[in-house]
Design a protein around this ligand. Structure first.
Ligand SMILES: Cc1cc2nc3c(=O)[nH]c(=O)nc-3n(C[C@H](O)[C@H](O)[C@H](O)COP(=O)(O)O)c2cc1C
Ligand SMILES: [Fe+2]
Ligand SMILES: [Fe+2]
Length: 401
């Protein structure tokens, strides 16, 4: 049975929910699933914007067949070649022998790499600002290189004032019927998943996102149709504001998160005592995470949100405890910058973690590393109460700046 849903008179969502994939990109946990969105415009000509992941191919074909009925598909607009959106291309090429693939020069190369059988005669090339007229609807294409692949382009429907934004403005989580953002509560949980998606998938490309936001600012957008998650109309302004912050690597909240790498719990214990101390000094909304326990993608989301990080870490084989080392590598890879960081280290014979973490942080841009490092030899001692107090106070002072 089909599961398509109309958005405007001629534009229909023909995407699918996926609740079986355990890890998105075989990397990021998606406990609430994910949607792969695909949109079809049925005007004098018919145009499909992207396909879906192979896991939901059959449902997608049912949706598409239902909307097209006995019509053919004239255009497949390929905004992004990542396989979660491009897996069905060869199948459509076979099914619709006159269908043109609307691509830019970079996309065409990737189509040929993924699908040998596609005849290059099928390509209809577009570049920045080009348009495609379907009848009533005119579509205009804007390049969005490296958001987050080089060939990405977005499409603006001048008739419906819809921006089809490719992976930008995507959110983890299946739709569960909530295709439109006025049909469910857009609460902190939703923003948390939007942030986790952004920071882990697009986070590295802040400069390129800024370029896309500049182009979007020139458009009158009534609806945002991304390739994952809901269609946005009521919260477009707020979403764009958040994208602007995230892509400038500016924290959303002046808050402290304590990220703890502890093998046997003693470093964690110090982190707990710091949290209590901070709270006594008036700091609100402190969050503590065990980097071994919480998935790195969640930690990255939190690091994009908060202004102040405390990294508390055990020394491990002369270096940084592995889960913390991995997190630091993710932070660098995703271009984390502009954060204030305080360091706690533990070591039973030669504490090294703080020195090594500092080196990693210095490879990132504009990280303010606090001078006062708290060093623990195995266990935080009663005699270190004053040290802990001073350590906490430097964080409070910085927060109050
Ligand atoms: C496998 C392993 C390697 C360690 N390597 C070091 C080290 O190189 N230098 C050091 O001072 N402590 C080292 N330690 C001790 C820890 O840094 C830490 O002091 C101890 O595990 C207590 O803290 P925790 O309860 O937070 O894990 C090591 C511990 C383990 C289990
Ligand atoms: Fe993608
Ligand atoms: Fe995607």
């Amino acid at each position: 049975m089909q599961n398509a849903r109309r958005i405007t008179e001629n534009t229909t969502w023909v995407g699918c929910d996926d609740k079986r994939t355990y890890l998105f990109e075989n990397l990021f946990p998606i406990p609430e699933g994910i949607s792969y969105n695909s949109y079809i415009i049925t005007d004098e000509k018919t145009a499909l914007l992207d396909t879906v992941d192979a896991t939901v191919a059959e449902q997608f074909m049912e949706n598409l067949n239902y909307v097209l009925k006995d019509r053919t598909l004239d255009y497949l607009i390929i905004q992004h070649m990542e396989p979660d959106h491009s897996a069905i291309i060869a199948r459509l090429v076979r099914k619709y022998p006159t269908m043109q693939l609307v691509v830019n020069a970079k996309t065409a190369v990737m189509v040929e790499q993924f699908f040998e059988e596609v005849d290059p005669k099928r390509f209809a090339y577009v570049k920045e600002g080009d348009s495609l007229n379907l009848g009533v609807h005119t579509l205009r294409f804007y390049m969005a290189p490296m958001v987050h692949w080089p060939e990405v382009m977005v499409t603006y429907d001048e008739h419906d004032k819809i921006l089809f934004s490719a992976d930008a403005f995507g959110v983890f989580g299946a739709l569960n019927g909530n295709l439109f953002d006025d049909g469910f509560e857009v609460n902190e949980t939703v923003w948390k998943e939007a942030r986790r998606y952004y920071s882990n998938i697009v986070g590295k490309y802040g400069v390129q996102v800024q370029a896309l936001l500049k182009k979007a600012a020139g458009l009158d957008i009534h609806r945002l149709c991304p390739l994952h998650g809901p269609v946005w109309s009521n919260h477009i302004g707020e979403f764009i504001e958040r994208y602007d912050k995230w892509s400038r690597y500016e924290p959303e909240d002046k808050e402290v998160i304590i990220l703890c790498g502890s093998i046997y719990g003693h470093t964690q214990d110090a982190a707990n005592k710091l949290a209590m101390k901070l709270s006594k000094l008036g700091v609100a909304n402190i969050k503590t995470y065990d980097v071994s326990r919480t998935h790195a993608s969640e930690l990255i989301g939190e690091i994009f949100r908060a202004s102040h990080l405390v990294l508390a870490c055990a020394t491990y084989n002369g270096g940084i405890y592995t889960p913390m080392e991995n997190l630091l590598s993710d932070m660098k890879g995703l271009a984390v910058q502009n954060r204030t960081v305080a360091l706690i280290e533990n070591g039973t014979w030669a504490p090294m973690a703080a020195r090594e973490i500092r080196k990693r942080l210095e490879e990132m841009k504009n990280m303010c590393i606090m001078d006062n490092v708290l060093t623990i030899k195995s266990v935080l001692k009663q005699s270190q109460e004053g040290e802990l107090e001073a350590f906490a106070r430097q964080i409070v002072d910085s927060l109050n700046k």
